[in-house]
Design a protein. Structure first.
Ligand SMILES: [Zn+2]
Length: 98
């Protein structure tokens, strides 16, 4: 087999999750893709599911979405990086206000 062909196939076979920007992490019994956004790319405000506070425009944070199932875009969630890091201490549906 010519060398050029082999190189191209290797590129195509590289999974998306292997990209340096996206990690896979567990939450609520599922696997989630996690992408870290810089403040410069945070152009909208979001509600963080961890603390129920606003993530303000220009704040570096993470966006997560299910690695399995149909959801994808509709199930995307934006979290404060700190809240995502401590998510196991605040189960989904917890509902307690501070
Ligand atoms: Zn938060």
């Amino acid at each position: 087999m010519p060398r050029a062909n082999r190189r191209r196939r290797d590129l195509d076979a590289r999974p998306l999750a292997a990209s340096s920007e996206v990690a896979t992490e567990p939450y609520a019994g599922r696997s989630w893709y996690v992408r870290r956004l810089s403040g410069a790319s945070a152009t909208r405000a979001y509600r963080c599911p961890g603390c129920h506070q606003e993530i303000r425009v220009g704040t570096a944070h993470v966006v997560v979405w299910p690695a399995e199932g149909t959801g994808g875009l509709e199930e995307r969630r934006h979290w404060h990086a700190r809240c995502w890091g401590t998510r196991h201490a605040t189960p989904p549906g917890h509902g307690t206000r501070r």
